[in-house]
Write a protein that binds this ligand. Structure first.
Ligand code: AMP
Ligand code: MN
Ligand code: MN
Ligand code: MN
Length: 284
């Protein structure tokens, strides 16, 4: 198998979490963009996997679907995302964890709503729940509502003013630990990938601490290529992958169509790292 024959996007979202495309639309977009190996990695849900794989089969599309998930974890006060690739959607420990995370998301949404009410913003819980009716409720659903009612002018402003860590309606959440996420991904046959290491707003020293802890938890890989990274960022992450003996993954983290991101719009991994797919057997 020549990896150059394949085009990988191993981090994408559908409307089953905070993306805007249906699983079918996402799959079609991946094919249109010449992606040949696609992982769907919705936040704490695997709902999109079945409709996506059915759509690929029915239409005989030239695409391999990798069963994925992006698990929210709690680490020293930060929300850290662990992507599971090649997980078994039937795995009991995994579905049990996702049920817990679903519940935590609802409890958090209630608390976000309470905070917003204190600022005179009514109806956020109901609206966000409605926007999230296809799957898990996430902060972008609240952001959307705040934009819709004109409280802020865009999603970014909604996060800055209300939803990001430290902002008024940010609720620290006791997600599972990194260790638990990695263990459950492994138990379901998958590999555990530390998602977008440069997007946690932490210092280099803390990032190294995070990589140490991820390594101790037996994590397998880090995302070396993500959207909106500079070539320097990519090189830096490639160096971390080598230093920590972690495999390298890549993904667009596609949520919706916009000028700066698309399914499959990813740079090329440096030859110095070992790709997370190095031992995958692809039949296509
Ligand atoms: P949640 O899983 O509910 O905590 O929501 C996390 C999601 O919110 C991320 O996956 C992003 O899609 C989005 N997000 C997080 N921070 C920001 C930000 N500063 N601006 C815009 N979107 C963000
Ligand atoms: Mn998201
Ligand atoms: Mn993420
Ligand atoms: Mn993501």
């Amino acid at each position: 198998m020549q990896s150059t024959e394949y085009r990988y996007d191993l981090h994408t979202h559908t409307f089953c979490s905070d993306g805007t495309l249906s699983p079918e639309e996402l799959v079609q977009r991946a094919v249109d963009n010449q992606v040949t190996v696609l992982a769907i990695t919705d936040h704490d849900t695997i709902e999109a996997l079945k409709p996506a794989s059915q759509f690929i089969l029915q239409n005989e599309l030239p695409l391999t679907l990798i069963n994925g998930v992006e698990i929210s974890t709690y680490w020293r006060g930060f929300d850290i995302h662990i992507v599971g690739l090649n997980i078994d959607p039937q795995s009991e420990p995994l579905t049990a964890l996702l049920a817990q995370q679903y519940q935590r998301r609802i409890e958090r949404a209630v608390l976000i709503d309470k905070r917003l009410q204190k600022r005179g913003i009514e109806g956020a819980y109901e609206a966000a729940t409605k926007l999230a009716s296809k799957g898990t409720i996430a902060r972008p659903h609240f952001a959307q509502y705040l934009v819709d009612i004109g409280v802020v002018k865009n999603t970014q402003a909604a996060f800055n003013k209300y939803l990001k860590k430290g902002a008024y309606a940010y609720i620290p959440t006791e997600w599972c630990s990194i260790k638990e996420a990695v263990q459950i991904i492994h138990a379901s046959g998958g590999v555990a990938v530390l998602a977008h290491p440069l997007r946690y707003d932490i210092s280099a020293k803390w990032l190294k601490m995070l990589l140490d802890d991820f390594k101790t938890a037996e994590g397998d890989a880090i995302e070396v290529l993500q959207n909106r990274q500079t070539p320097d960022d990519n090189q830096r992450l490639a160096r971390y992958a080598i230093e920590y003996e972690l495999l390298a993954s890549q993904g667009s983290d596609f949520h919706y169509t916009c000028p700066w991101n698309d399914v499959g719009k990813i740079a090329v991994l440096p030859s110095t790292v070992k790709p997370v797919w190095h031992n995958w057997y692809l039949t296509r």
